[in-house]
Design a protein around this ligand. Structure first.
Ligand SMILES: [Fe+2]
Ligand SMILES: [Fe+2]
Length: 200
């Protein structure tokens, strides 16, 4: 099954700045994503994107929402249409005439799967957060205290353990951090500290 998108241009540049309202985005999220575990993953990535946009990029509220929106919808089609993963949500957002940056970030959240490289910072952070966030959350579920007292060392130990979250590619995690130009340790610590708040 190939998920290659076979293109690098998404949406229409005339739509720059056009975003979904939070209400419409949540409606789409709940209509498309029925699996509660996947919902948690998408909410966590959305939260990380928003926090990073605010704290590290210094973006205003609209900018923060744009990053959050990309995180919130990046796996929207994975639950019900896995064979159309990425393609379906991008085409849907194109039909809604949404800012092309949001589609590009979604399209590049798995360069090895979709064949689209992350270009700007928003793309790169989505790629960097995606798999690592999932691995850290899987670790939290195994710990008696969840995120409480979780540290960098523990996560790095799990990363080295091939049998833990075996389907998560360690090479991809490192590649994503390299592309974002952020030390893996910093990225892990950031995720631990921010993600604890989104565990519903
Ligand atoms: Fe995905
Ligand atoms: Fe994801």
């Amino acid at each position: 099954m190939s998920l290659l998108l076979n293109r690098n241009e998404f949406g229409n540049p005339n739509n720059i700045g056009k975003l979904l309202s939070r209400k419409d985005a949540m409606q789409l999220f709940h209509d498309w994503v029925l699996n509660p575990k996947l919902q948690v993953h998408m909410l966590q990535v959305a939260h990380l994107m928003k926090c990073w946009a605010a704290e590290k990029e210094g973006l205003d509220e609209t900018g923060q929402w744009k990053w959050e929106l990309a995180g919130l919808l990046h796996d929207a089609d994975w639950d019900q249409w896995p064979e159309l993963h990425c393609k379906k949500i991008i085409e849907h957002l194109e039909s809604l005439e949404i800012d092309p940056d949001v589609m590009h970030a979604i399209a590049s959240h798995g360069p090895n799967h979709f064949g689209v490289d992350p270009v700007n910072k928003m793309d790169k952070m989505l790629f960097a957060f995606d798999e690592l966030s999932g691995l850290i959350h899987a670790y939290s579920i195994l710990r008696p205290g969840g995120y409480e007292g979780m540290d960098l060392k523990g996560v790095k130990k799990r990363l080295k353990e091939k049998s833990f979250a075996a389907n998560v590619s360690r090479e991809e995690i490192q590649d994503a951090a390299n592309r974002a130009g952020i030390e893996l340790d910093e990225l892990i610590s950031y995720i631990i500290s921010r993600q604890a708040k989104v565990t519903e």
